[in-house]
Design a protein around this ligand. Structure first.
Ligand code: ATP
Length: 240
């Protein structure tokens, strides 16, 4: 394990009942990189994100963010420490406007001036949200809801963005735009992204590193380009 990792996971065991879903997962995420977690349905990818973001309490193992142990740290504290989780299904509040949803992402911040700046930046990043700022969450299209969920996370100026299936239900053009945006954020702001994705090709195209999971374990970690080019590995674990 490298000491300069932004996120380090060591021997993580977690699940929903007596039988664990994750069996001693080890991985590291270097700052300013995009890491894509890929693998078959049921491999444990979503469970891993839930354990990282504090939604699920691990039964064993260690998670550190910038060297700080996250054991027992409440979810709202994780956000303050720079971790933002955009869950599958996105969690947009349908009864609130776009603007209110975005402001939720910065409510906890003490630096009100910077929270306002971050909000403006998100509107610049996503012009459709600026146009629909008074619309309610449930009036948005799938692509717009995805933008809103991402935007809300970005208003908190995270160091580490945990994304679960950002391409789910989106048209191919919107998937491509989302992926390009993640790369731009990494390049321009040094954002670190930990991405779970069924759309393996798209994810490995933008990622620096790929983590392949099967049956609750990490079976391999490699530069994304190598995973893309390794036909044997792709056939064995990724189905293409
Ligand atoms: P998918 O892409 O299908 O979501 P995944 O790799 O994200 O797959 P998980 O959703 O983490 O996998 O599921 C891993 C295992 O945990 C599966 O066997 C699943 O049935 C089980 N599981 C997931 N969520 C729950 C839950 N809330 N309660 C009990 N078991 C669960």
């Amino acid at each position: 394990m490298t000491t300069d990792a932004l996120l380090a996971v060591d021997g993580l065991v977690a699940g929903y009942g007596a039988a664990p879903v994750l069996h001693a997962v080890d991985l590291t995420v270097a700052p300013g990189t995009i890491v894509a977690v890929v693998g078959a349905n049921g491999a444990g990818k979503t469970t891993l994100l839930r354990a990282l973001s504090g939604m699920l309490r691990p039964s064993d193992g260690r998670i550190t963010l910038a060297g700080e142990d996250l054991r027992g740290v409440p979810v709202e504290q994780l956000v303050r420490r720079g971790m933002a989780h955009v869950p599958e299904g996105r969690g947009v509040v349908g009864e609130l406007t776009v603007d209110e949803n975005l402001r939720l992402g910065g409510l906890w911040r003490r630096d009100r001036a910077d929270a306002a700046r971050a909000l403006d930046e998100v509107y610049q990043l996503f012009p459709p949200l600026a146009r629909r700022r008074r619309h309610l969450g449930h009036q948005l299209s799938g692509g717009e809801r995805q933008m809103l969920a991402l935007g809300r996370a970005l208003v908190g100026r995270p160091r580490l963005l945990l994304l679960d299936e950002p391409s789910l239900g989106l048209a191919p053009r919107v998937v491509a735009q989302t992926m390009a945006l993640l790369r731009r954020l990494r390049d321009d702001t040094g954002l670190t992204v930990f991405l779970v994705e069924q759309n393996v090709r798209s994810a490995l195209r933008i990622a620096d590193q790929g983590v392949v999971m099967a049956l609750g374990r990490v079976v391999t970690t490699a530069p994304a380009a190598r995973l893309r080019d390794d036909a044997e590995l792709r056939h064995a674990y990724l189905g293409f």
